[in-house]
Each structure stands twice: as structure tokens, then as C-alpha cells.
Ligand binder design. Structure first.
Ligand code: OOG
Ligand code: MG
Length: 253
């Protein structure tokens, strides 16, 4: 029987010690997605005990580009805590091999539960904003891991930055452009995210319902990256511009 607390502690020590570890399925044998979400949850409890507070969720692998980059098949979710939020600087030296990717974030205005339509999801949102997610896997080389490994590792989450919240609007087909030091490195339409970014919220609610949970009011939700992630190093200035939603920028320090 897999000990979720033990595996969660191994990941947590890797996070705190900036140590790369072998994928858990290599060292502990295969486990399924259900077990992976229990390890993720046990890891969250360790962070909660250090005073971190859940502020929302991230969806991952919601675009074909990301699924191809990671060679992994289906959408997954992880937690976002207050300690993961950065404003204009990302202390890359506190990570192992951080990468940055262009996203859209929502904040919910009321609780959402179970099977909902895209319209219901959008109506329940209090705001939408451009967002940058800064991933950092605890696994060696940030690669060659399975879906359960990634889920156990809170879906490679590490830091995130949000632009200014706007009133919810039509976000289904907006141009998104990420530049590093003035050069465009990634661009896509927002439809690359789940076909429509709001559908990431719909999928999140359905996945949470399988675990007997709902999405609380006031949750920040990252809808998933529209393009592949780019390595982030100290000194890099990253700018994300999203048509109609505005821009945000962070500096690797
Ligand atoms: C998994 C997390 C994927 C996204 O936006 O698709 C993700 C990974 O790439 O390691 O955050
Ligand atoms: Mg992401």
C-alpha cells in the first residue's frame, strides 16, 4: 500500500532543499492518478502547516502544445497558495529549473459545483486577467515523468503572477504573445487553452466533484498555458500581452 504522506514528504523536502529527485514511480513503483491526487493533497497539508493558504487552482496540460511538450495526455489540476504569488520579480535562484508560460486567470465570484456549462462558469466569474505561470518540477531534468508523477508534484507548480483583473468578457479567441527581452518567443490564440479558456474552469469543477469538492467563491484559477513553457533565468524580462486583457511583465532575479 502506497504511503501518500511519505511520498509527499519526499517531494516537499526536494522543494525546500532545491534537490532534484527521481520520478516517484521509478523509486516507489507505479501508482494511479487517484493515489497521485492523495499525495498532492498530503503535500498541500505540509505547506498548510507552514502557514501557506490555498488561494485557488491551476489547470495543466489543457493545450495541445503543452501535452506534446511534456508527452502527457490529459488535463490535470494542482493547488495555488498565497506563498506562490509573485509580483514583478521572480527569484529564480530559489528554484531548480524554472520555466515560464502564458496563461489566462479567472477569479470566481461564487461557489461552483460539479457539472456546469461554459456560460454558467463565465457568469460565476468576478474577473479575468492575463497571467504568467512559473513552473519548477522537483524531478530530474524536468522531464520523462508520468502523469501520476506530475500530479503528485502539484503539477510542477511553483510561482505565478497575475495582471490586473478586468470584468469578465469574451475570452475565447484572443491573441496572446509572450516576449523575452523584447523578442517574441511564443504566441497563440487563447482558443489553444481547452478550446476555450472558460472550459478549463468547467473541467476543473468536474474533476473536483469527482473528489467530492466544489470550487469556492474567490478562487483564482489558472486555465493552463496556451503555448510551451520557456526556461526562465535571472536577468530575463518576460512580457505577456493578451488582446483586450492587457499585459503583465516579470523579471527573473
Ligand atoms: C505540468 C504542468 C502543466 C500547463 O499550464 O499546462 C501546466 C508541466 O508542464 O510540468 O502548468
Ligand atoms: Mg501552467
Amino acid at each position: 500500500m502506497l504511503n501518500a504522506d511519505l511520498l509527499a514528504r519526499e517531494l516537499d523536502e526536494a522543494l525546500l532543499g532545491r534537490q532534484e529527485i527521481a520520478p516517484l514511480t521509478k523509486t516507489h513503483g507505479d501508482f494511479d492518478l487517484e493515489a497521485a491526487y492523495s499525495i498532492q493533497r498530503a503535500g498541500l497539508e505540509l505547506r498548510g502547516a507552514r502557514g501557506e493558504r490555498v488561494v485557488g487552482y491551476k489547470m495543466g496540460l489543457t493545450s495541445a502544445a503543452k501535452r506534446a511538450q511534456m508527452s502527457l495526455g490529459s488535463p490535470i489540476y494542482g493547488y495555488l497558495t498565497d506563498a506562490m504569488r509573485v509580483h514583478d520579480q521572480v527569484p529564480v535562484g530559489q528554484g531548480v529549473h524554472p520555466k515560464i508560460e502564458p496563461e489566462i486567470a479567472f477569479v470566481t465570484g461564487r461557489e461552483l459545483t460539479g457539472t456546469i456549462s461554459r456560460d454558467e462558469a463565465l457568469r460565476a466569474c468576478a474577473g479575468v486577467a492575463p497571467a504568467l505561470e512559473i513552473l519548477d518540477s522537483r524531478f530530474i531534468g524536468f522531464k520523462y515523468f508520468s502523469l501520476p508523477d506530475v500530479v503528485a508534484d502539484d503539477c510542477s507548480s511553483w510561482r505565478f503572477a497575475l495582471g490586473n483583473w478586468m470584468a469578465p468578457c469574451e475570452v475565447g479567441d484572443l491573441q496572446m504573445q509572450m516576449s523575452i527581452d523584447g523578442r517574441v518567443v511564443q504566441e497563440a490564440r487563447s482558443s489553444a487553452i481547452s478550446g476555450h479558456p472558460v472550459d478549463s474552469l468547467v473541467q476543473l469543477c468536474a474533476m473536483l466533484a469527482l473528489h467530492g469538492r466544489s470550487l469556492p467563491a474567490g478562487s483564482v484559477v489558472l486555465a493552463g498555458a496556451a503555448t510551451v513553457a520557456e526556461p526562465l533565468r535571472a536577468g530575463m524580462r518576460v512580457l505577456l500581452e493578451v488582446e483586450s486583457l492587457g499585459a503583465l511583465s516579470v523579471l527573473g532575479v
